[in-house]
Design a protein around this ligand. Structure first.
Ligand SMILES: [Zn+2]
Length: 361
């Protein structure tokens, strides 16, 4: 049995541009309406650093230019209606200032995993408190227990694991097996314990299983695939949007799909074509049929080893949830619903971990 868990990074563009109503509130409203039709659940991973800035702007200027109240209301209503809200942190926003109509961020704090422990600890504590203060009035039992770092940056892991556990966070969902980045963030998750089976993490390396670990990694579902699997309209939209709203610093960055060998562009493209790449179950970028096929592959390859229910974690971004995207997600929802004996819907903080004393079931 697989539990389908939709996680949504809830934020504006990474370079500080964009209207929070258009990029967060409006698309998430459509997503919640769509999910409610099918009984599916959304786990909103709310970037508290941005949201706190929008609130601060309102408090200081007396104008809700960045739609803080609509965001707060949407998060409260999500909890009220059985969806989930958990912690996402774009650390560079904590010191952000408005410059020429966009949020100018503190680039020295861009890479979460490389921050000093004390700073990281403060950010997690502040973010968790913010969500619990906001959401407990609608659900007294609400707890912030799950986390995703911006740009999946949880390596090196020592400070991250220590700070998450110290603040009562029980689940990290930043890792996707086979993923690699080098540049403004740096990680290599090739050796992650699994692409789908959660594991208690080792203090020194979040990719490694340690049965005594207090923090669980619930990975974003991923596979290694040839380049052709990446040719979808959703991915073209993401690439164009990313290019339009790119960071000035990104020129120097490489990812696992654009790492250049020393001998030039032609060889580089041959290498890109001949290599397999980390393919995440991304509900903005994958076609509906790709998601359905991946769900079945995951069920086939993992059901026998499963101790009960396994989470099939998808990732998406509110800012990329277009009207076209509704038409790719709908068949996947309908398919999951048609096979209740094999697939169910769930949230990140409920029903994803194997039963273990002290761990939420
Ligand atoms: Zn994000």
């Amino acid at each position: 049995m697989l539990r389908v868990i939709f996680t949504l990074d809830y934020e504006i563009h990474g370079n500080g541009q964009g209207c929070p109503h258009a990029l967060m509130v409006e698309p998430t409203e459509r997503l919640l309406r769509l999910f409610d039709e099918y009984g599916a659940k959304l786990t909103i991973l709310a970037d508290v650093a941005e949201i706190m800035k929008f609130k601060e702007y309102k408090d200081v200027h007396g104008r809700d230019t960045y739609h803080y109240e609509a965001i707060a209301e949407q998060l409260r209503r999500a909890i009220e209606t059985g969806h989930d809200v958990q912690l996402h942190i774009h650390s560079s926003y904590f010191n952000a200032r408005i410059e020429n109509g966009r949020w100018a961020q503190d680039w020295s704090e861009y890479d979460f995993a490389s921050l000093p422990y004390e700073r990281m600890d403060w950010m997690i504590r502040t973010g968790k408190q913010f969500l619990e203060n906001l959401l407990r009035p609608v659900d007294p039992n609400y707890r912030c227990v799950a986390f995703r770092a911006a740009n999946w940056s949880v390596s090196p892991s020592r400070n991250v694991v220590l700070a998450l556990v110290g603040n009562g966070i029980e689940i990290d969902t930043s890792v996707f097996k086979y993923g690699r980045r080098s540049g403004i963030v740096n990680f290599d998750y090739s050796h992650a314990h699994s692409a789908i089976v959660p594991w208690p993490v080792h203090d020194e390396d979040i990719c490694v299983r340690n049965d005594d670990g207090a923090l669980w990694e619930v990975p974003i579902y991923s596979e290694r695939r040839w380049l052709g699997a990446f040719a979808t309209p959703g991915r073209v939209h993401r690439a164009l949007s990313g290019w339009r709203h790119r960071l000035a610093r990104e020129a120097g960055s490489t990812s696992d799909s654009d790492r250049a060998p020393p001998s030039g562009v032609r060889i580089r493209w041959v290498s890109v074509l001949l290599k397999k790449h980390a393919w995440k179950a991304d509900f903005n970028q994958c076609s509906g049929q790709q998601l359905i096929n991946a769900l079945h592959r995951a069920a086939r390859s993992h059901d026998s080893e499963a101790q009960g229910v396994l989470p099939f974690v998808l990732i998406g971004h509110s800012k990329l949830f277009t009207l076209r995207n509704e038409r790719t997600v709908r068949p996947f929802l309908a398919h999951s619903l048609r096979h209740p004996e094999r697939f169910g819907f769930g949230t990140l903080s409920r029903s994803v971990l194997p039963c273990k004393p002290g761990v939420p079931a």
